[in-house]
Design a binder for this molecule. Structure first.
Ligand SMILES: NC(=O)c1ccc[n+]([C@@H]2O[C@H](COP(=O)([O-])OP(=O)(O)OC[C@H]3O[C@@H](n4cnc5c(N)ncnc54)[C@H](OP(=O)(O)O)[C@@H]3O)[C@@H](O)[C@H]2O)c1
Length: 256
């Protein structure tokens, strides 16, 4: 790793929005620590995609396999990262998330626990660890969802919607706890074209997808990465404790 580079820690960086975040920060000259959990098969795809742009493992990025739901595993594995990289981490992006389909009558408690473990406690575990260990940390971004808004919540994604509803408040409290040294903000995307939306039926897409956005299309992962980069840049130095909707106008178009 180039001594002059700053570093970014990105959870769930091997897929979808996370991978676009990885690409964006590498392109902007950051060294990226790419966290993932189960996605072994994605690793070689990520390596190949980054190589096409001339980016190579250890020079431009490293992988960090750790389950963010397991606080002690996460903390123990973190010590395996070179201390010169840990010192350089100035941005943490809590992007990893999971979704389980089902209504209040369909999901059982273990489904709720799984979703909350990643989408809520994962954010808490990673933020606590990075804020404690990385002395140069100046920004945290939490990826929530518009589905956390009461009016936009989905009955058949209930655990996901409720888990994501915690993100704006968690972000605000973290901003108060960690400020002024560390700014904390969140991004609330609408439907973005990533693997997470695969499996959505045509009927659901008609109801909840691009036909209901003002932009008449789904969002692209790189559009989330652009907003995130701005939020963590010096250009947004007076923004903290805030949550930003990026949904092509879906929320404001919801009730016509
Ligand atoms: N796509 C959308 O339409 C949309 C809309 C609003 C909000 N979001 C939010 O945006 C974020 C990214 O979504 P996406 O669609 O890009 O998701 P995705 O393609 O399904 O990728 C999810 C990532 O999270 C990682 N992950 C899951 N559980 C983990 C764990 N326990 N520990 C560490 N990493 C874990 C996965 O890694 P492994 O594969 O290695 O497990 C994967 O890299 C999520 O928080 C999601 O809720 C997405």
């Amino acid at each position: 790793m180039d001594k002059n580079k700053q570093a970014v820690f990105i959870t769930g960086g091997t897929s979808g929005i996370g991978f676009s975040l990885v690409e964006k920060y590498i392109q902007e000259g950051f060294f990226v620590v790419i966290n993932y959990c189960n996605g072994g098969k994605n690793i070689s795809i990520v390596i190949d995609k980054l190589l096409i742009s001339g980016y190579v493992e250890n020079k431009d990025y490293i992988f960090f396999r750790a389950d963010i739901t397991n606080e002690s595993e996460l903390t123990n594995l973190f010590t395996s990262i070179d201390s010169s990289i840990i010192e350089k981490i100035c941005i943490c992006i809590n992007n990893a998330g999971i979704l389980k389909r089902g209504s209040i009558l369909e999901l059982n408690q273990s489904d709720w626990v799984d979703v909350f473990n990643v989408n809520v406690f994962g954010v808490v575990n990673v933020s606590k660890l990075i804020a404690t260990k990385c002395k140069n940390l100046n920004n945290i971004v939490n990826i929530g969802s518009i589905r956390g808004e009461p009016a936009i919540s989905r009955t058949n994604n209930i655990a996901y919607s409720i888990s994501k509803s915690t993100i704006p408040t968690l972000t605000a409290v973290m901003a108060k706890s960690f400020g002024p040294q560390i700014r904390v903000n969140s991004i609330l995307p609408g439907t973005i074209d990533t693997p997470q939306r695969q499996g959505i039926s045509e009927e659901e897409l008609e109801l909840y997808g691009e036909s209901n956005t003002i932009c008449s299309r789904l969002g692209k992962p790189e559009e989330i990465a652009e907003l995130c980069f701005f939020i963590t840049s010096k250009k947004s130095s007076y923004i903290t404790g805030s949550s930003f909707v990026i949904d092509g106008g879906y929320t404001v178009n919801y009730i016509k």
